[in-house]
Design a protein around this ligand. Structure first.
Ligand code: C2E
Ligand code: MG
Ligand code: MG
Ligand code: MG
Length: 282
């Protein structure tokens, strides 16, 4: 009987896998069409500065409106895009779209920085820095308005190559931030080696603030370590005032999260950004 049960379980597991697999294949096929059929959009989530800042900052986040599935989360389709190689094309679209939006804002006299998530596969592409340079040129956007967000896990495998590419990108004048810091294999050693300007504290720490003592200690230590290395800190996923108070108290430079702003559609972001003035404390 146990054997029967085991078999049934295995079967259920197996069917699930097949379901997931065919779902993946379907999404991959649909992703091919998504660009041409204008199914992507970029939303933008403003970040707030705890002190004074010359820049109005925001992160660009891709959205996919699938014709039959509805909204598909980037957490679900970005990995598929990476596996299939489509990430190069999608990443290029994101970069062009974000830079065009930033340029519109700069034209209106808004001093913005738009942060764009970049996948490991893009960083590893030997032409990536040329691509970034071309997009900036085409949009006549000065590089200081662009920031590239990378995650550390990707950089593990080919650290030397990644460091070379990041240095080239920085030489263009774009800034680099390290996303989801503390969520994966974070090694403090990377911080020393990687040419980064900003570290984004993963929301798993922020979630437990301000009452969990370990999270408090980790957060304050990372902030002071980063500052010691000349790196600024953004807290991700700030959802309540207690968290914000703790972060301000402990010199975190920027905050991002639902407490302040949800990601805003591309149609609305310019008017939202216009209501903010730089160096306005939260
Ligand atoms: P991420 O880069 O760490 O982006 C932050 C995620 O946290 C976003 O999810 C954002 O909507 C969400 N978020 C913001 N504030 C809060 C908060 O207060 N609480 C909570 N619980 N969540 C918050 P989203 O938009 O679903 O994106 C998920 C991930 O997908 C991103 O994580 C990023 O890794 C990836 N991604 C999104 N857009 C792009 C893109 O254009 N290119 C690439 N390569 N990856 C992208
Ligand atoms: Mg990000
Ligand atoms: Mg993040
Ligand atoms: Mg992430």
């Amino acid at each position: 009987q146990a054997k029967e049960l085991g078999r049934a379980r295995f079967q259920a597991f197996h069917e699930n896998m097949e379901y997931d697999f065919s779902k993946k294949v379907q999404l991959e096929n649909d992703l091919h069409k998504a660009l041409n059929e204008n199914q992507f959009d970029l939303h933008y989530q403003p970040q707030v500065c705890t002190g004074k800042d010359h820049y109005l900052r925001m992160e660009a986040l891709i959205r996919w409106e699938h014709p039959t599935e509805g909204k598909v989360s980037p957490a679900a389709f970005i990995p598929i895009a990476e596996d299939s190689g489509l990430i190069q094309e999608i990443g290029h679209w994101v970069l062009k779209t974000a830079c065009a939006t930033a340029k519109q804002m700069v034209r209106r006299g808004l001093n913005v920085v738009v942060a764009v998530n970049v996948s490991a596969h893009q960083i590893k592409h030997p032409d990536f820095q040329n691509l970034v340079e071309t997009v900036l040129k085409d949009n006549q956007l000065p590089a200081q308005h662009l920031e590239l967000e990378i995650t550390e896990s990707i950089l593990m495998q080919e650290l030397d190559m990644a460091v070379i590419m990041l240095k080239k990108l920085r030489r263009l004048g774009v800034s680099i931030s390290l996303d989801d810091f503390g969520s994966g294999y974070s090694s403090l050693n990377y911080l020393k080696q990687l040419p980064v300007d900003i570290l984004k504290l993963d929301r798993s720490f922020i979630h437990e603030l301000p009452f969990n003592e370990e999270s408090q200690k980790i957060t304050t230590s990372i902030i002071s370590l980063a500052h010691g290395l000349g790196i600024k800190v953004i807290a991700e996923g700030v959802e309540n005032q207690d968290q914000a108070d703790f972060l301000i108290e402990n010199n975190c430079d920027y905050m991002q999260g639902y407490l302040f702003y949800y990601p805003v559609t591309s149609d609305h972001i310019i008017s939202v950004i216009e209501t903010l003035s730089p160096s306005q404390p939260p």
